[in-house]
Write a protein that binds this ligand. Structure first.
Ligand code: ADP
Length: 647
């Protein structure tokens, strides 16, 4: 190839700007040839000629240079045009000038083409152009921009990444659901299709029937005993898509296939499962076994029912009062006791109003005491019927049911009528009183006669006669003691006993009684240190009978030859008498009831000892009427100590 020919023509048609390369006519032939090829190529092509890499490029290359580089680049130095990326491409150009070639796909360079820098990607190749002398005269650059492709690729990649992320998230979500499903305390299973095949079962569900083989089997094949009860319900959920729930449903289930059925109770929900088109394709089951709870409740119900029957049969009235609000609930029987109509309201105040005036304050105080410190409320009192004005005796027993939340605690109890019993008692008392009174007169004359007889016959010298009379006297004294006791009880109950108080020396009284006792009792040794006088204001005769009674009990219930210690001390200005024996002792349970009327401890040790259980009752009544206190301490086998105080 020579001077240029056609290529020379082509180059001449271009209106080249003035370049350091001078007039194209003068260009070296290889440059002219290359330029001609460049102009006919549709690939973006750039020629950089000489040491300064003077640039020539075709129309396809213009977009690569953009608005900021074209047209100045034409004929300009490459290092000026591509100053921002020269660090990257300069060394490659230098490499080409030494005979190397370069080419990369999707190569990124940050170009400024429109007044800002953007990341541009190119598939390119750099190769040497050989001049006439066979040396490398310049660099041929063929360069196809792939920026858009790369971005599209990046977007696709990002989409792919997002997809993967969301897949991972879904997997995680599924995992979470699965964990919930597996760990849920409720039994959960999924029944698939119209045959209700167990598709999934969580451990809690299996736990309900550990011995049954369920998975992948139709429900009613795996658990045939449920068919009668549940098939209709499930079918309904499946066909209508409406959920179903039941509470405490009794379902007899066998522990193993074909085994005996056991009654069990369940709370459960059947929830339809829908496919993508919204059609029911299965049922989710949530189930809780509540057998223990229901059985326990049934038991309480039964207990309550029998209690109710018992209350009714015993004709007991019942009440409960909220201790905070004083809201008072009563049974109709109780209202009847108080003379209210069966359907009439009765408040606590209204009830209290019907209590006999003599008993009202005591009852009210006892109720308050019970509410405040939880003591058991147990008392007998009189009620005057509101409408019928009938006098009834009732016994009421109640306790406070301690609630965690004290404001809500409840004072409950029962009341029963004891009018008849009371009347019987009164009649009996009257009778005892009358008989005792009638017996007293002949007994007194009998005593006097025996005394006279004794005096007269003392000197006859017949030892039998005087011995016998002595015994008669002793027995008469015992008898008089008993009759007096009964008389006192009956007087006491009918309120006819009066305390005649005067001042006397308690220690002196003790000494006197001990001396008297020693005259008749030689079996025991009584120890007493009188000391200074202790003055009290009390009924001397009654206090004396209390002391005699305690002393004679000490004798009665301790072995012959044992010591009885009597002491009188003043504690906090109040005299306290104590009588201590070393006898059989008293059990704790009996200690509490000892002072009740007719209470006797029944055991082999006491059976042969005579008595009616009224001595301590009378003593307690007497001490109480002096506003004193009486109590006993004891240890079985070691002895008992009885105390009383006077204010
Ligand atoms: P009683 O006439 O039966 O002795 P009390 O009322 O005096 O009646 O006493 C009631 C019961 O208390 C007696 O039956 C007896 O079992 C018991 N008791 C009284 N004092 C003593 C005592 N010092 N030691 C043991 N038991 C006693």
């Amino acid at each position: 190839m020579s001077g240029g020919g056609e290529m020379g023509e082509l180059i001449r048609t271009i209106n080249w700007p003035a370049t350091p390369l001078g007039d194209p006519e003068t260009w070296p032939t290889p440059l002219k040839l290359m330029t001609g090829m460049m102009l006919t190529s549709s690939f973006p092509t750039l020629i950089c000629w000489g040491e300064d890499y003077i640039q020539l490029y075709n129309d396809s290359f213009r977009p690569i240079n953009g608005a900021t580089k074209h047209p100045q680049a034409m004929g300009g130095r490459a290092c000026d045009t591509y100053a921002e990326i020269w660090d990257t491409i300069g060394p490659m150009f230098a490499g080409v000038m030494k005979g190397q070639t370069f080419g990369f796909p999707n190569f990124m360079v940050p170009l400024n083409r429109y007044g800002f820098t953007e990341e541009c990607y190119f598939d390119f190749s750099y190769s040497p152009i050989i001049d006439e002398q066979g040396r490398i005269g310049g660099v041929l650059v063929i360069c196809i921009e792939t920026t858009e492709k790369v971005y599209a690729l990046k977007i696709a990649e990002k989409a792919q990444q997002d997809l993967e992320l969301s897949r991972a998230a879904t997997a995680k979500e599924r995992d979470r659901l699965k964990r919930f499903f597996m760990q849920a305390p409720a039994g959960i299973c999924i029944l698939d299709g119209p045959d209700f095949v167990f598709e999934l079962i969580n451990p809690s569900y299996q736990q309900i029937m550990p011995g049954r083989n369920l998975l992948d089997r139709p429900l009613f094949e795996a658990l045939p005993e449920l068919a009668d009860q549940l098939h209709g319900i499930l079918l309904n959920v499946y066909t209508t898509g409406q959920a179903f729930g039941a509470n405490e449903l009794l379902i007899p289930v066998a522990e193993f296939e074909g085994g005996p059925l056991h009654d069990r109770y369940f709370n459960f929900i059947y929830e339809p499962r829908l496919d993508e088109s919204g059609k029911v394709d299965g049922i989710m089951v949530f189930v809780f076994e509540v057998t223990d709870m229901v059985v326990a409740r049934h038991k309480t119900d039964r207990t309550e029912e029998s209690l109710r029957i018992a209350v009714e049969a015993a004709e007991l009235g019942s009440f409960s009062m909220n201790t905070a609000t004083r809201e008072f609930e009563t049974s109709s029987r109780l209202r009847d006791f108080f003379g209210f109509a069966p359907d009439e309201q009765m408040s606590y105040e209204a009830a209290l109003k019907q209590v006999h005036p003599d008993d009202r304050q005591t009852v009210a105080d006892m109720v308050e005491a019970s509410i405040v410190d939880g003591t058991r409320f147990d008392t007998e009192f009189r009620v005057i019927g509101k409408r019928d004005e009938r006098l009834r005796w009732v016994r009421a027993v109640g306790t406070v049911q301690q609630d965690n939340n004290k404001a809500g605690s409840c004072f409950t109890g029962v009341v029963h009528e004891i009018t008849e019993q009371k009347q019987d008692e009164l009649r009996k008392n009257d009778f005892i009183g009358m008989v005792s009174h009638e017996l007293k007169t002949p007994l007194t004359s009998l005593s006097a006669l025996v005394q006279v007889l004794n005096a007269k016959l003392k000197n006859t010298g017949d030892p039998f006669v005087s011995g016998a009379l002595q015994k008669v006297q002793t027995q008469l004294r015992k008898m008089a003691g008993m009759i007096n006791g009964f008389l006192n009880v009956s007087r006491l109950e009918s309120g006819k006993i009066h305390m005649e108080k005067r001042e006397f020396d308690l220690r002196q009284l003790l000494a006197e009684i001990i001396k008297e006792t020693e005259l008749t009792v030689s079996s025991h040794q009584i120890r007493f240190d009188p000391g200074d006088a202790v003055l009290v204001n009390a009924d001397r005769d009654r206090i004396s009978s209390v002391i005699s009674n305690l002393l004679s009990n000490a004798v009665k219930y301790s072995p012959k030859g044992s010591v009885i210690e009597v002491a009188c001390q003043v504690i906090n200005n109040a005299p306290r008498v104590c009588i201590k024996d070393h006898g059989i002792g008293i059990k704790q349970v009996d200690l509490e009831k000892l002072f009740e009327r007719y209470y006797r401890i029944d055991n082999p040790n006491t059976r042969h000892i005579s008595g009616f259980g009224i001595g301590l009752y009378l003593s307690a009544e007497i001490i109480q009427r002096h506003n004193g206190e009486i109590w006993a301490e004891s240890e079985v086998g070691a002895g008992s100590t009885f105390y009383f105080t006077l204010p």
